[in-house]
Design a protein around this ligand. Structure first.
Ligand code: SAM
Length: 223
C-alpha cells in the first residue's frame, strides 16, 4: 500500500475514535508525510498509531497524541507557536501546516527547541526536505527556559513530561489569552496532560487525560 493511502487509513481510524474532529487538523494529518521524519528502519511502521524510536533513547509520539495536542491548542493560521521537544520534527511540521499553510496571507511561525544536537540537526534537515524549512525554526538548547527572543507565543506545546510545577518561563512567555499544552507529573509514570489557559495574570488548569511521555530534562525540568 502506498504511503498516502496508509496515511488516509490512519486518519480515518482517528476520526472514528473521535480523536480527530477539527477540519484543519485532519487536513494537516492527511498532508504531512510522517514517514519522512523517520529513520529507514522505522518507515514501514510510519502510519501505525504508535510511538517509534528516533534514536538518542527518544521517541516520536503516537499520531493520536499529535492529533489530540493540535486540537487542544486550537491552532489557527497566523499563530506564533513554541514547541519544546523537537524530536523528529514531525509535530512541528503538523503545527506549521495549520498555522502557515501554502499561500497564507498571514503565515504564523513555529519555534521548536531540542536539547539533543544530533536530533535538532536531523529534524532541521527533514523539515527542509518536507517543505517546512521557512515556517519552522529549530533551536538546540534547554526548552525549559523557553525562547524569550521571540516571546510572547500564542500557543506553547511541550512534548516531554514536566515535573508537576510547570516551568515558569513557559507560563511567562505565553501571550495573554494563549494556551499551553503540557504533560506533567512523575518522571516515569503517572503523568497527566494539561491545557493551561492564560487570562491576565491568572492561569486556568484543565486536566485532560493520563499519558506517558519521555521526561523533560533541564533547569526547570527533571535532572
Ligand atoms: N515532538 C517530537 C516529534 O514530533 O518527534 C517528539 C518528542 S519526544 C516525545 C520528546 C523530545 O523532548 C525528545 O527529543 C527529547 O530529547 C526532548 N527534550 C527533553 N527535554 C528537553 C528540554 N529541556 N529541551 C528541549 N528538548 C527536550
Amino acid at each position: 500500500m502506498e504511503f498516502e493511502e496508509k496515511r488516509k487509513n490512519l486518519v480515518e481510524s482517528l476520526k472514528k475514535r473521535n480523536i480527530l474532529t477539527e477540519p484543519k487538523v485532519i487536513k494537516a494529518m492527511l498532508k504531512v508525510p510522517r514517514h519522512k521524519f523517520l529513520a529507514e528502519g522505522a518507515i514501514s511502521s510510519a502510519y501505525i498509531d504508535s510511538p517509534l524510536s528516533i534514536g538518542m533513547s527518544q521517541t516520536i509520539s503516537a499520531p493520536h497524541m499529535n492529533a489530540m495536542m493540535c486540537e487542544l491548542l486550537k491552532l489557527k493560521e497566523g499563530d506564533k507557536v513554541l514547541e519544546i521537544g523537537t524530536g523528529s520534527g514531525y509535530h512541528a511540521a503538523l503545527c506549521a501546516e495549520i498555522i502557515a499553510p501554502n499561500n497564507s496571507q498571514n503565515p504564523g511561525h513555529v519555534y521548536t527547541i531540542e536539547r539533543h544536537l544530533e536530533l535538532a540537526d536531523s529534524a532541521k534537515t527533514r523539515l527542509k526536505y518536507a517543505g517546512y524549512g521557512d515556517s519552522v525554526t529549530v533551536i538546540n538548547g534547554d526548552g525549559t527556559l523557553g525562547y524569550p527572543q521571540e516571546a510572547p507565543y500564542d500557543k506553547i506545546l511541550v512534548t516531554a513530561s514536566s515535573p508537576k510545577k510547570v516551568p515558569p518561563p513557559l507560563k511567562e512567555q505565553l501571550k495573554d489569552g494563549g494556551i499551553l499544552c503540557i504533560p506533567a507529573g512523575s518522571k516515569e509514570w503517572g503523568q497527566d496532560l494539561y491545557v493551561i489557559s492564560k487570562k491576565g495574570k491568572d492561569f486556568n488548569y484543565e486536566k485532560i487525560t493520563g499519558v506517558r511521555f519521555v521526561p523533560l530534562i533541564g533547569k526547570y525540568g527533571f535532572d
